[in-house]
Unconditional design. Structure first.
Length: 181
């Protein structure tokens, strides 16, 4: 697994007093890497989480890097960079709610970064968890993260990143979870 990041050359991404925030942009299909490259060229801080997967062709297998979230790239900007980002070829729109771009909490971006940096193995342990239960990871690199248990095979927790309306399946040992009442 690999994480691609870039950082703006400018310390202040907008006007003084305006703080930069994370936002998700929706791209045309298969344009995530091109959009990310252009963000980098423009000096805009971006984040494109990639995973390595093996693809089978008729004559060979090959490892390739694919975006974790299809058609999504994350940007760390102020409102001043809003239109610069929208004008990048391949960008379709910002993820919005009621017509306004939705800021993504820093902690949710950190969750994605942590997931891709750590190998997390699962082990089967019997607990009284139930489908739809809110659980908290109580130990390990993802400690303090909340998610919804959606699979009762005792191996999978889904972390919902609500600001972008996407979910991520992660493998977490059940003994690292606690039921949230």
């Amino acid at each position: 697994m690999e994480i691609i990041r870039t950082y703006s050359k400018d310390k202040d991404l907008g006007n003084p007093g305006k703080s930069a925030r994370w936002y998700a942009i929706y791209t045309k299909p298969h344009h995530e890497k091109d959009v990310f490259k252009k963000l980098n060229e423009l000096g805009i801080k971006g984040y494109l989480p990639l995973i390595t997967t093996i693809r089978q062709w008729s004559d060979r297998k090959k490892k390739i890097k694919l975006p974790l979230f299809n058609c999504y790239v994350f940007v760390y900007i102020t409102y001043d960079d809003y239109f610069r980002v929208l004008n990048i070829p391949g960008v379709v729109r910002f993820i919005t709610f009621e017509g306004k771009a939705v800021a993504i909490p820093e902690k949710q971006i950190q969750v994605v970064m942590n997931l891709l940096q750590h190998e997390i193995e699962a082990q089967e342990i019997q607990y009284d968890f139930y489908k739809g239960a809110t659980v908290e990871i109580v130990s390990g690199p993802l400690s303090g993260i909340f998610g919804e248990l959606v699979n009762l095979d005792k191996k999978r927790v889904i972390i919902r990143i609500s600001a972008i309306h996407k979910s991520m399946v992660i493998h977490v040992p059940m003994n690292l979870l606690r039921l949230v009442s």
